[in-house]
Write a new protein. Structure first.
Length: 300
């Protein structure tokens, strides 16, 4: 039975798994992320070897501009990478094919694998990554959708929020400015931000109630955009903010139910019934990266 390695590279850590053809995790490893192209390349090679086994292919998920065809990654600010031919260089060192994928797309594949009892052939699933930023990974019939320019799923930069906060992309009112982990931390610098905000708002703190309303509205807008644009069977929420768990789900559903009271159209979408929380105890990104690795390969 063939084995595969999946590697999820973030700004602070690198997580990797060794899986079999049934996606059963055989071994796992986590190391701190080190900035610099050579360090990232060395760490991909090193963590793959540390996992052991006899993998026939490797999948790597990471942020930035990722060309999944050429294996070239560009402009990963948090890791100080301008350009890295990761697929070619890592593949040459390891002697196996190395597939490079956008980290949110990889996480989407992982989320589908972990809830596959609810997903049938032909279904569309959207993974919402509420992390430092906001982005969506779209999986249709088991395959990642990429679009024409690679910007498919970049819903965080839709300028639709009425507060018109300045976004890092240069626009105002992007969804990301009120729904990402980074933006919530700016709006409410509690520790941890979202759980503290929810607690203070429930306790009647006027400022917390104001910020809670802004964030809640933006989260519901995000779900509604995804529901109407992609019409997925399931919308799976992951990323750092999803670790809040049920309270995050409850605040979104509360706002969606409020909208249903005045709109039969919104009611007909059944958005609350489509929402799921990603299993935060699982290495979703690494498992998804392993799924992105070329299957049916033989060692060189």
């Amino acid at each position: 039975m063939h084995e595969y390695v999946g590697i999820d590279i973030g700004g602070t850590k690198i997580e990797a798994v060794l899986v079999d053809e049934r996606n059963t995790v055989l071994n796992s490893c986590r190391i701190p992320a080190r900035p610099g192209a050579q360090n990232v390349l060395d760490d991909v090679i090193g963590i793959t070897r540390r996992l052991g086994g006899d993998p026939v292919a490797v999948g790597v998920g990471l942020p930035g501009q990722v060309d999944s065809v050429t294996g070239v990654v560009r402009d990963i600010v948090n890791l100080d990478i301008v350009k890295l031919e990761l697929g070619r260089e890592a593949g040459k060192a390891l002697g196996v094919p190395v597939q490079v994928e956008n980290d949110v797309n990889a996480a989407a594949l992982g989320a589908v694998a972990l809830i596959d009892d609810q997903v049938s052939a032909g279904d569309t699933v959207v993974f919402l990554n509420f992390g430092t930023g906001l982005a969506a990974g779209v999986v249709r019939d088991g395959h990642v959708e990429r679009g024409y320019s690679g910007s498919y799923g970049e819903i965080g930069h839709l300028p639709v929020d009425p507060n018109k906060f300045l976004c890092n992309c240069g626009q105002r009112g992007c969804l990301e400015t009120v729904t990402s982990g980074g933006s919530v931390a700016k709006l409410w610098p509690g520790q941890p931000p979202l759980p503290d905000l929810i607690e203070k708002a429930k306790a009647g703190d006027p400022r917390a109630i104001e910020v809670f309303s802004i964030v809640q509205h933006g989260l519901a807008d995000t779900v509604q955009v995804v529901g109407q644009a992609y019409d997925p069977k399931l919308i799976v929420m992951g990323g750092g903010m999803a670790k809040t768990g049920r309270p995050l789900l409850d605040m979104i559903v509360e706002e969606l139910r409020r909208r249903e009271e005045t709109s039969h159209f919104i009611t007909s979408l059944h958005l609350p019934e489509r929402l799921r929380l990603a299993p935060v105890e699982q290495p979703i990104g690494a498992i998804g990266a392993a799924l992105a690795a070329p299957r049916g390969c033989a060692r060189r």
